[in-house]
Design a protein around this ligand. Structure first.
Ligand code: AMP
Length: 566
């Protein structure tokens, strides 16, 4: 029975297999190794997965989801058309798509898989990953910690001496640092630290702000679509700056094309605060493992955002070691998971010790901010215990009532990794009365205590009176039962999935539509013309003609998308 390995990522997923010569990646129907972990519904209400869905995040944000991995094991629902799904089911759709790709590529059925998960995933999240595999019709042979997989890809398991590795994973939205130790063929995660609110996207945001400042564009007045376009351009500029000293892009705003430029030096300057934030978790992971920087033997880089030269330089400076980056940081986990698959098939699998005594989700409250007289921003998330913190843990935050004389405050408690509470999971609410007579904005301490059994205690103290209110919450609501998994598996099997052979064409159409939004004038007209032409070729239903037209369009799109102003 064929065994594949899957890196089920927050932004992208990959599938690989162990062949005679070693681990190899399997391309998807579009010929790419990276399948965006995005799921949506098309016009015909068929489920679409991957690049086609990702392209529609800008054009159809209400019918598309990405970044759902962070909700694995929670009871959050995602609405797609008339049905709602849990993160496990959306993940199952991605897994099924990867399974199909593997079967097509290998020419035989695939029944078993190894899936990689973050080292800090707790029991609930690991079970949710098993459930997703089952719903995709896969027997999950075992899970492998992502940093362990990265170390395996670099062959660090074959080193004869006892060794300590640091794995730095900077993805789109999250930053994870793990310290691994290998002895007697057992890999153990010694410590893990991270920042749930720090990733490549924050570097993109800095560029968006810089572009806004450069041309005095009021970013808050941009429509969601224009903002989406500007972010796309900023992301492209960021990627190009990893290999160039200067980049230029054109931003279409209304009927205008605005040229924007950025140098590497300016980029380094505007992202300095983010680099500063990167250093903290690295230091924490080292001290939590009871080590000093010179106790680290090797450093491995994972995640697309570690391609930024400024990130590498700072890691080198901080640790006095050159990080390993020979293997593509987007592929390293999938390749390592395939090495594990090879070992499993030979009954030599590397034992990978899991560290489960960490708080799996960020826990916090909602806060409102006063922006000016009578103007408030409600619904920001204030983390109190950050994801990945070793438990038991107790942390306190001090907040102030917004108005003097306010008679009560209502504190809502959330778990999740999004800066806005509406995107996180609501756990409960405490209403607290404030003293009748007040001279100042009343100060309130909110203490969160989280223990190994997943129980969260929230203690709120009004400082002037020392009156307390207490609430106990189950930190991990919503694990699926076996019957529920079975039921959802059957429902997913019946779901209409957009046929694979058509997804290449649909992806080209989605790309053309997105390019149309991004362009003006004659380029726009040309896109529209080429789109109609392609539709006509599709109607002809001749596979070879369709392939020629598609290849030509992709080449043309590559050209206009990389068009810069130099
Ligand atoms: P991941 O979650 O590992 O797929 O990481 C995706 C993040 O890496 C996104 O924020 C990308 O913009 C970023 N990224 C990918 N390639 C590059 C590059 N060449 N230079 C800078 N950032 C990159």
């Amino acid at each position: 029975m064929t065994l594949i390995a899957i890196d089920l990522g927050t932004t992208n997923s990959l599938v690989s297999v162990f062949e005679e010569d070693g681990p190899v990646l399997i391309p998807n129907a579009l010929g790419d190794f990276l399948t965006p972990s995005a799921v949506g519904l098309n016009k015909a209400n068929e489920v679409i997965v991957g690049a086609e869905a990702k392209d529609r995040l800008v054009t159809h944000p209400d019918r598309t989801y990405a970044r759902f991995k962070r909700y694995m094991g929670t009871n959050r629902d995602f609405r797609l058309g008339r049905k709602t799904y849990r993160a496990e089911e959306l993940s199952a759709m991605v897994l099924r798509s990867l399974k199909d790709d593997a079967e097509r590529h290998l020419g035989k059925p695939v029944e078993r898989a190894i899936i990689s998960v973050p080292a800090y995933f707790n029991d609930v999240q690991r079970k949710a990953t098993y459930a997703a595999g089952k719903m995709a019709g896969l027997q999950i042979e075992r899970l492998i910690n992502e940093p362990t997989a990265a170390a395996l890809a670099y062959g660090l398991n074959t080193l004869s001496d006892e060794n300590t590795f640091l794995v730095i994973d900077l993805g789109g939205g999250t930053f994870d640092v793990s310290i691994l130790e290998i002895f007697d063929g057992i890999m153990e995660v010694r410590s893990s630290a991270g920042d749930a609110f720090l990733g490549g996207e924050d570097f993109t945001d800095s560029i968006v702000k810089e572009f806004g400042a450069q041309k005095k564009i009021d970013l808050s007045s941009l429509s969601p679509k224009s903002m989406g376009l500007l972010r796309d351009l900023a992301d492209r500029a960021k990627r190009e700056l990893s290999s160039k000293e200067e980049v230029g892009v054109k931003f279409k705003l209304g009927e205008e094309q605005i040229p924007l430029t950025l140098t590497r030096a300016k980029f380094d300057e505007i992202t300095r605060p983010l680099i500063e934030k990167l250093r903290q978790p690295i230091k924490r992971a080292i001290s939590d493992a009871g080590l000093k920087a010179d106790g680290i033997d090797r450093v491995v880089l994972v995640g697309g955002a570690t391609r930024m030269p400024i990130v590498r330089q700072n890691v080198t400076k901080l640790l006095g070691l050159f990080p390993e980056h020979k293997i593509d940081p987007d592929q390293v986990v999938a390749l390592g998971a395939a090495v594990q698959a090879g070992l499993v098939d030979r009954h030599e699998a590397l034992e990978d010790v899991v560290m489960t005594d960490v708080c799996p989700f960020t826990l916090g409250t909602d806060v409102s901010r006063k922006l000016g007289e009578g103007r408030y921003d409600h619904g920001a998330f204030q983390p109190i215990i950050e994801r990945n913190t070793v438990i038991p843990v107790s942390r306190v935050a001090t907040n102030h009532a917004m108005e003097i004389g306010q008679q009560n405050v209502s504190i809502s408690i959330f778990q999740g990794e999004s800066p806005r509470v509406k995107d996180n999971v609501f756990l409960g609410k405490i209403d607290v009365a404030l003293p009748k007579k007040q001279e100042h904005h009343e100060a309130i301490d909110i203490r969160f205590t989280y223990d190994v059994s997943g129980i969260l205690e929230v203690l709120v103290t009004v400082l002037s009176t020392q009156k307390t209110s207490r609430m106990i919450l189950e930190g991990n609501p919503g694990s699926l039962s076996q019957e529920e998994i079975e039921k959802r598996f059957k429902a997913l099997e019946k779901l209409k999935i957009h046929p694979k052979d058509k997804s290449e064409n649909a992806a080209v159409i989605a790309r053309l539509e997105r390019a149309y939004e991004n362009q003006l004038g004659h380029v726009r007209e040309e896109i529209s013309f080429r789109l109609s032409q392609f539709m006509t070729v599709l109607e002809g239903q001749k596979d070879t003609d369709i392939k020629i037209a598609r290849d030509e369009l992709m080449k043309w799109l590559d050209g206009i998308e990389s068009m810069d102003i130099f």
